[in-house]
Ligand binder design. Structure first.
Ligand SMILES: Nc1ncnc2c1ncn2[C@@H]1O[C@H](COP(=O)(O)OP(=O)(O)OP(=O)(O)O)[C@@H](O)[C@H]1O
Ligand SMILES: [Mg+2]
Length: 200
């Protein structure tokens, strides 16, 4: 699997270019940080990589990418359903029975340090726990490209630290992981980086 950014450039209408001539090739198991100041085009680049928006110039080539999972900046879930329910659901959607899904879901919750809150309703989770749950849920889908937008932006420093701890595990699942962030600690968890907002 490869994700190839081939001479990507983007501007909205006749506005200023957000970025030009981005050329990066990512392989499975690689993580890449997209950094740059607010408004530099990080989220726009992620949506181009997802295929939701066409770039103004260049192209994105997704070789053997079987699906895209987007982890949004604001965690969202069903307030009354438990943490466990939120990770069991993607497995049921993949055709597993509840009996087979639960042990796998619990195993994944353990990797994201969420077992202590497995039976709590989503509405009771802290910001860091909720964000870690979004990451755990993303790795249980079959998507091989994970796009993570500002995973720590809404969090206090302690919650952010617990999320950062788990981010480095994402690429270990053999996926390609691209994380937009202005947090240097998040960027440090990634092997590669793309910096926007600096003159070419
Ligand atoms: N559909 C659109 N039409 C016109 N301009 C847009 C559109 N979407 C985004 N922009 C502008 O493009 C620029 C880049 O936006 P983007 O959301 O990609 O920045 P960002 O780097 O993710 O910022 P932040 O760190 O604040 O999340 C911003 O100036 C934004 O206002
Ligand atoms: Mg953004």
């Amino acid at each position: 699997m490869r994700l190839i950014l081939d001479g990507l450039g983007h501007r909205f209408g006749e506005g200023a270019w957000l970025f030009t001539r981005l050329a990066v090739e990512l392989q499975c198991g690689e993580s890449c940080a997209v950094t740059g100041p607010s408004g530099s085009g990080k989220s726009t680049l992620l949506s181009i990589l997802a295929g939701w928006q066409a770039p103004t110039t260049g192209q994105v080539r997704r070789e053997d990418v079987t699906g895209v999972s987007w982890v949004a900046q604001n965690p969202f879930g069903v307030p009354g359903r438990t943490t466990l329910d939120h990770v069991v659901l993607p497995l049921l959607a993949r055709g597993l029975t509840r009996k087979d899904a639960e042990p796998r879901a619990r195993d994944t919750l353990g990797r994201f340090r969420l077992l202590p809150v497995a039976d709590l309703p989503f509405g009771h989770l802290s910001g860091g726990e909720a964000q870690r749950l979004m990451l755990a849920r993303a790795v249980l889908t079959t998507a091989t490209l994970l796009l993570v937008d500002e995973p720590t932006a809404q969090l206090d420093p302690h919650s952010a630290a617990t999320v950062i701890e788990t981010l480095s595990q994402l690429a270990d699942t053999g996926r390609i992981v691209v994380i937009a962030t202005h947090d240097p600690r998040v960027a440090a968890t990634c092997a590669r980086s793309i910096t926007l907002g600096v003159p070419a």
